[in-house]
Design a protein around this ligand. Structure first.
Ligand code: PRP
Length: 177
């Protein structure tokens, strides 16, 4: 079934049930890898809210969840875009941190976040992303848990938006070609 938001036509890309199965699988992998640890999950708002909520339902070890946002503001020409984490309300010193992202596009956001978290004295930093675009694969960021590898489709739904709309959809859509 198609979907129209503003001037763009979208079509179903990954169904709700496929997403749910994948999310459970990813959570089970984390359960295995972190059996004797107590990580802090850091979902990045806004996009990761739905993915994080579903993921956490299958996570069994004792853990914390703390939602953060990335603020980006234009830097000088030499520094480019500066990105920094906002909303960190607890010390991550000596903690096992798992960043939860809905999508990695260019990989730039993640690169900045990982560096910032490492500078806080974290014990370990891993990343889980539901979707990863091919462009980001070329960047040397180690993403331990990836749901779906996609090409350059513009995607929408399950937290992902087009001009602010579509985050509430439970299936994932792509622009009609
Ligand atoms: C999206 C996504 C990632 C980032 C990925 O967030 O959630 O954080 O873009 O892009 P990159 O790999 O090219 O850096 P966005 O800035 O659209 O904010 P949102 O989550 O509030 O939609």
């Amino acid at each position: 079934m198609g979907m129209r938001i503003k001037e763009l036509e979208f079509e179903k890309f990954i169904t709700k049930s496929t997403v749910q199965r994948k999310v459970k699988l990813l959570a089970e992998q984390i359960n295995e890898d972190y059996t004797d640890r107590s990580p802090v999950f850091l979902p990045i708002l806004n996009g990761a809210f739905m993915f994080a909520a579903d993921l956490m339902k299958t996570i069994r070890m004792p853990c914390k969840v703390s939602f953060v946002k990335v603020s980006s503001y234009a830097g000088t020409a030499s520094t480019g875009q500066l990105k920094t984490l906002v909303g960190l309300d607890e010390s991550l010193f000596n903690q096992d941190v798992i960043i939860v992202e809905d999508i990695i596009d260019t990989g730039l956001t993640l690169q900045k976040i990982v560096l910032e978290l490492q500078s806080l004295g974290t014990k370990s930093v891993e990343v889980i992303a539901l979707l990863r675009k091919s462009g980001a694969r070329e960047k040397k960021i180690d993403v331990k848990y990836v749901g779906f590898e996609i090409e350059n489709e513009f995607v929408l739904g399950y937290g992902l938006d087009y001009e602010g709309y579509g985050r509430n959809l439970t299936d994932i859509y792509q622009t009609k070609t």
